[in-house]
Design a protein around this ligand. Structure first.
Ligand code: ADP
Ligand code: ADP
Length: 217
């Protein structure tokens, strides 16, 4: 069986991470989030983490070269043998081309690109209420609350809010998304793999739509 790759596309706060985790579990694939990988490097104070932090704090993209290198290393690990659900990557045209090159080596292609559509005004509310677990699990104070406030349901650890989820940084991230990432909608549409998903629905309904679309593609 050829490896299966799915790319989650959508603006910051659309629900990519929330959905990618569920879809990956359902399909037996690995969830690869570049945001999580950068945050892990940041926590471990690696050179990559120190470099990435400068960009992340401002809501800017980390340069393509280091990002692509990090993803290439991640996808080459044995747990990605069956493929992966990519979340937060690619985010630029250069990254999308680099991904095609990488997958070519495994004789694989991007099979489906669920594009989660959510209007801008909803994004700020979603991100200002986002609570993160250090393991990368995502909650929302209103839409997906943990059983006990600020505590991770699964491991009991303390949840936190991301520094870059402040409204002014969020607005800049949305701008960066519109300039640098939105062009990928056409890129994947032209390849015939894009599927538009209504991201304003409840989390479970969004998941069902994505699974149906991926299974049909
Ligand atoms: P992204 O990875 O695209 O930035 P997340 O998955 O982190 O988005 O979701 C952003 C915030 O919105 C989180 O707090 C999450 O719990 C919440 N959220 C995700 N999907 C939905 C949804 N369908 N309805 C309401 N809130 C959602
Ligand atoms: P969101 O949940 O808002 O979609 P992410 O967790 O995916 O955000 O990303 C957080 C930050 O990490 C980005 O603002 C950016 O600085 C950096 N980042 C993540 N993925 C990439 C990427 N593919 N290319 C460049 N920078 C990235």
């Amino acid at each position: 069986m050829k490896p299966l790759y799915i790319v989650m596309l959508g603006p910051p706060g659309a629900g990519k991470g929330t959905q990618a985790k569920q879809i990956a579990q359902e399909l037996g694939l690995v969830h690869v989030s570049t945001g999580d990988l950068f945050r892990e490097n940041l926590k471990n104070e690696t050179d990559l983490g120190v470099l990435a932090q400068r960009y992340m704090n401002k809501g800017e993209l980390v340069p393509d070269e280091v990002t692509v290198q990090m993803v290439e290393e991640r996808l080459s690990r044995p747990d990605c043998e069956k493929g992966a659900v990519l979340d937060g990557f690619p985010r630029t045209a250069a990254q999308a081309k680099a991904l095609d090159g990488m997958l070519g080596k495994y004789d694989a292609v991007v099979k489906a690109v669920p594009y989660i559509k959510v209007p801008d005004r909803v994004l700020v509310e979603r991100l200002s209420g986002r609570w993160m677990s250090h393991s990368g699990r995502v909650y929302h104070e209103k839409y997906n609350p943990p059983t006990v406030k600020w505590i991770d349901d699964l491991d009991g650890s303390q949840l936190y809010q991301r520094d870059d989820d402040k409204p002014e940084t969020v607005r800049h991230r949305i701008k960066v998304y519109n300039q640098q990432t939105a062009p990928l909608i056409d890129y994947y549409h032209d390849k015939g793999v894009l599927v538009e998903i209504d991201g304003t629905q409840a989390i479970d309904a969004v998941r069902d739509d994505i699974l149906n679309a991926v299974r049909q593609n």
